[in-house]
Each structure stands twice: as structure tokens, then as C-alpha cells.
Design a protein around this ligand. Structure first.
Ligand code: FUB
Length: 313
């Protein structure tokens, strides 16, 4: 695993306007965006890439928040959680997602434990989309203290169904995993399962429901229409009539971008759907110096997703 346990940057509170084109913020590098719409506001939760130029490792210690009412003009709210939010953690503020429930906001994060352990899923909670956020559980929600060749505990996506049942999907290194969550949103219920049908799954799941159909978008890195070079990834998607699958692969949402990793989320704001993803397109950017981008996403009448054409500038 890449990353370092170093100086913890203080959580910033200043809200700073940022510009309105892709990448949406260039004052820092940002990655693994997870959008959330609350009323007429879209929030984006993203990790901060701090790798110095020329470094071929992730250096990630903070999670930042941006917001917008029009998906065009953004406000940067600074870091709202960091490694120190989880006293049991030591490094690697990797991909995260916030899920609201009963007026509280649960921030699920990929984070390394202290020492040489592999990745864990942590969960922080706050009373507003901007926090403040504190560790909700006092330890990992999912832990994997033994190096494990059959998957990595990263990239949580949490979804609460209409009947109140919550589900968490996660997993990297080609192994998707899923488990039910208790109503308190911090305990798992039952066994971890490996959902079927997520063709060429690599990492970065994103789950949502639309018109009664479950959708799973995820990063894949096959050369069967996805990418030319397997160091890169695309976003495929699948649908299901049951939240735990089996899934039916439907196609590609977003092709290869300028960063090797491809991590995205989909939300609807004021009747328009958007895809939020990252690239290496900012000045000085790279695979470990990524930047968040936003584009419109459209569904066909039959519920399939039109492939996104990324915009820049
Ligand atoms: O940002 C670190 C890792 O890179 C994420 O957990 C993956 O999804 C990939 O984007």
C-alpha cells in the first residue's frame, strides 16, 4: 500500500469559491469524489491528493467537501475529516461516501489502520453535511488485519432502500463485497457476500436506485471495450431487481480518463443527473495528483445510461 503517516493537517473551516469548469477545483488535488444531494445543494466529498510531483504513491490524509446549487459554481469548504478523525487509523484517506439517515450524515471511508495492516472501512458521523464529523464506532466497521490476496477493503458505497434496509458495497482488486447494515448505520448484519454479475469489476462501486431499478456503477480495467491500457480503468454499470444482485451488466458509462484510476458517483440535482469523477487534467496533475470533474449524465427512456463525453476547460 502506498501512503504515509505524517503530519496531520488541521481541519479547515473557510468556505472558498472555486471556478466553474473542469477540473472544478485546482487549488489542491482532489480524488475519489462522492456526490450527495440534500435539498437543492450538491455536496462532493473527496480525498486530497498530496503526493509531491514525481512521487508514484498515493499520499492522502484528508477528505474535503465542496458544494454547489447548480453543479457549476462551487464552494470549497476545506477538509472536514482527516486521518485523525479515526484515532485507530494511521494513513491512507482513500475513497469515501456520505449517506444521510434520520438527520445524521454517515461518512464511510477507506483508511489504513496503524501499522502494517491492510485497508479498513471506517465511519464518522455528523449532524450536518459539513459536520463536524467524529468517529462513530471507535474502530473499523470492516477490518482486514491480515494481508489478503482476495480483495482489498476500500471504496465503500452505502445505500438505504425504500424499506429502510441499508446496504454497503465495497472492495478493490477485482473482488466486490456487500453486507447489510443495521439501522444505526454503524454495525453490519449477517454475512459478507460476494455479489454476482458485476462483469470485470475492479474497484470503486457506486450504488443508487432509479424508477425501482438498482444500479451499480464501478471501475473495470479490461480491454474488452473498456480501456486500451490495463493500467487505466473505465466505469461500467450493471442493474438488478434485488439490492444484493445478481447484477446484469449494461455497458460503459465513462471511458478511460487521463488518470489511471477512474472513480465516480452519480446524483440528480434539480431534475438533471450528473456524474462526478476524477482526472489528471489539472496543471501539474498526474495519477497521484488527481482532480474532480463534473459532467451531465443522461438516461435513455428504457433506463439505460448514455455514455458520458467528458468536458474540460
Ligand atoms: O484514491 C485511492 C484509490 O484510488 C481509491 O480508493 C480507488 O478507488 C482509486 O481511485
Amino acid at each position: 500500500l502506498a501512503g504515509a503517516c505524517g503530519v496531520i493537517t488541521a481541519i479547515a473551516v473557510a468556505a472558498v469559491p472555486v471556478h466553474a469548469a473542469n477540473p472544478i477545483i485546482t487549488s489542491i488535488y482532489t480524488a475519489d469524489p462522492a456526490p450527495l444531494v440534500v435539498g437543492n445543494m450538491m455536496y462532493i466529498y473527496a480525498g486530497r491528493d498530496e503526493a509531491p510531483a514525481g512521487t508514484n504513491n498515493f499520499v492522502m490524509r484528508e477528505w474535503h467537501v465542496l458544494s454547489s446549487t447548480d453543479a457549476n459554481t462551487w464552494t470549497h469548504h476545506g477538509a472536514r475529516a482527516n486521518i485523525a478523525t479515526f484515532p485507530w487509523a494511521g494513513a491512507d484517506a482513500w475513497a469515501s461516501e456520505v449517506e444521510p439517515r434520520n438527520g445524521r450524515y454517515y461518512w464511510y471511508t477507506s483508511v489504513n489502520g496503524n501499522g502494517p495492516g491492510w485497508m479498513n472501512i471506517g465511519v464518522a458521523v455528523g449532524d450536518s453535511p459539513l459536520g463536524p464529523f467524529t468517529d462513530a464506532k471507535g474502530g473499523p466497521l470492516i477490518s482486514d488485519s491480515t494481508p489478503n490476496s482476495s480483495g482489498l477493503n476500500i471504496d465503500p458505497t452505502v445505500f438505504v432502500d425504500d424499506d429502510g434496509q441499508a446496504y454497503m458495497y465495497w472492495g478493490g482488486y477485482w473482488v466486490p463485497r456487500a453486507v447489510k447494515l443495521a439501522a444505526n448505520m454503524i454495525d453490519t448484519v449477517g454475512s459478507v457476500v460476494t455479489p454476482q454479475g458485476l462483469t470485470n469489476y475492479w474497484e470503486a462501486p457506486w450504488m443508487f436506485k432509479r424508477n425501482g431499478l438498482y444500479y451499480m456503477m464501478y471501475a473495470a480495467n479490461d480491454t474488452n471495450g473498456c480501456v486500451v491500457n490495463t493500467n487505466y480503468a473505465c466505469q461500467r454499470y450493471a442493474t438488478a431487481t434485488n439490492p444484493l444482485g445478481p447484477w446484469t451488466h449494461r455497458g460503459i458509462v465513462l471511458g478511460q480518463v487521463s488518470s489511471t484510476t477512474n472513480h465516480a458517483g452519480i446524483v440528480e440535482l434539480n431534475g438533471q443527473s450528473y456524474i462526478v469523477y476524477h482526472t489528471a487534467d489539472a496543471p501539474g496533475g498526474g495519477d497521484f495528483r488527481r482532480s474532480v470533474a463534473v459532467d451531465k449524465l443522461n438516461f435513455n427512456a428504457d433506463g439505460t445510461i448514455q455514455r458520458v463525453v467528458p468536458t474540460t476547460g
